[in-house]
Design a protein around this ligand. Structure first.
Ligand code: GLU
Length: 442
């Protein structure tokens, strides 16, 4: 069974890039009937906030990707202590005391000598007596994971293909701070083991973490999950953009973006498949395949999202949107108005065009007699669904007008606008009495 997870740190709101990773993990699992789990990485007590946790849940629900279950790292301390004790007993984690300034200096010296700025493992040389002396002096250690430098770290990445890392180019990662709190790397591995995660899909900024984490899986006696790292999302100008890094779901929702549009776009962006206005999740899932993911950064263009959004709205069935439509708006009205919407909230203005009241502009002098004639014809013709066709047919015959001169004065008088939904569908919705009132008013 495929089990994936989305593991955000609740230190801020989710942005488009996070959501993309969440979506791809959701799709990986759903495509094969697997499980998609949410792991809240809240080990940083100071920066994690409960309202962000709630925001994450709400965003996932809005996008229709609620997880099958949820765990929180802040509640799993005992699990981490157990695994950590095992690693400590085996000498795979060790105590260090260097301050940030000391480490910075070491890095600079190494770089000055043309060497990779890798931690020199000086603390490994400390004896038990040294540790005791430091403890007596009130110094508390932080802990590093001891990488095995003897063999390359290899994995077959679901997006990047075969990977090989020389571990000696990596610093032994700090896994625990002097105050006992956890850094992200080790708890993540412990959780992935305990949660039975079979597939880790995340951003390519995690590639070197993966190398170290693969050794942590081995040190804890587990086979690693399959790893895949997707190229990062960039703005339409091709750069990592500040705006993208802060573009949250609330903002998108307020600007009228439908969850289905965001899903359709993010499912395909950065892959060899075309971005299409697909509202059917099954259709998106069917073609979802890591093999289609490219190595180049995926470009996120807000204008493209807006276009996709409109195309998606034009397909939405009445029952999917009914409760978000203005009071009283019928299915026939939705179908008539839908093709004119960029955002669902614009339905309100068009519905008002149907129901009134409307302030129509005064007609041009040359149209007054024409509109009066339209009113009297409308009064005589039998009302029905094809009333627009019959009215304009009769007017054409009676006046010789055609094209714009025929249609535009009518549209202006009946809707107070020079463009909009098909009058054929709109006029029956407006109704005979109201239509007569609007024509007479002119
Ligand atoms: N909390 C980590 C992050 O947001 C999780 C990374 C991961 O393992 O997927 O970067």
């Amino acid at each position: 069974m495929t089990v994936t997870r989305f593991a955000p740190s609740p230190t801020g709101l989710l942005h488009v890039g996070n959501i993309r990773t969440a979506l791809h993990n959701w799709m990986l699992a759903r495509k094969v009937g697997g499980r998609f789990l949410l792991r809240i990485d809240d080990t940083d007590a100071e920066r994690s906030r409960e309202d962000y946790v709630e925001g994450i849940r709400a965003d996932l629900a809005w996008l229709g990707m609620a997880p099958d279950s949820e765990v929180r790292q802040s509640q799993r301390g005992a699990l981490y202590e157990d695994a950590f004790a095992k690693l400590a007993a085996e000498g795979r984690v060790y105590r260090c005391y260097e301050t940030a300034q000391e480490l910075d200096l070491k890095r600079k010296v190494a770089l000055g000598r043309g060497l990779a700025p890798v931690y020199d493992r000086a603390a490994l040389a400390l004896s038990e007596a040294d540790h005791a002396a430091k403890a007596a002096a009130g110094e508390r250690p932080h802990w590093r994971f001891l990488l095995d430098y003897t063999a390359p770290i290899v994995w077959n990445d679901g997006v990047r293909g075969p990977q090989s890392f020389d571990p000696a180019r990596l610093s032994d990662p700090v896994v625990r701070r002097a105050d006992g709190s956890w850094l992200y790397m080790l708890p993540s591995v412990i959780d992935d083991i305990e949660m039975g995660i079979t597939q880790v899909l995340r951003g390519e900024d995690h590639v070197s973490n993966t190398a170290a984490q693969i050794q942590m899986f081995a040190a804890l006696g587990s086979a690693p999950p399959a790893f895949a790292h997707e190229a990062l999302l960039v703005g339409s100008e091709g750069k990592l953009s500040k705006r993208l890094g802060s573009l949250g779901m609330a903002q998108l929702r307020e600007s009228g973006i439908e969850p289905g549009a965001l899903v359709a776009m993010l499912a395909r962006l950065g892959t060899s498949l075309p971005v299409e206005p697909l509202t059917d999740r099954a259709a998106l899932l069917e073609r979802f395949d890591l093999a289609t993911f490219g190595r180049a950064p995926a470009r996120f263009d807000e204008a493209e999202l807006a276009r996709l959004n409109a195309a998606i709205i034009h397909q939405l069935p009445f029952q999917d949107v009914a409760e978000r439509l203005p009071e009283g708006m019928t299915e026939a009205a939705w179908l008539a108005i839908r093709p004119n919407l960029d955002r669902l909230s614009d339905a309100q203005a068009w519905w008002q065009v149907v129901t009134g009241p409307l302030t129509a502009p005064a007609p041009a002098d040359e149209d007054r007699a024409f509109l009066a004639q339209a009113a009297s014809l409308l009064g005589e013709l039998p009302w029905g669904d094809d009333i627009w066709t019959r009215l304009t047919g009769a007017l054409k015959q009676a006046t010789g007008r055609k094209g714009r001169a025929l249609f535009l004065p009518l549209r202006l008088a009946l809707t107070a606008r020079d463009h909009g939904p098909d009058m054929l569908a709109l006029l029956p919705l407006i109704g005979k009495e109201e239509a007569l009132r609007r024509l007479h008013r002119t």
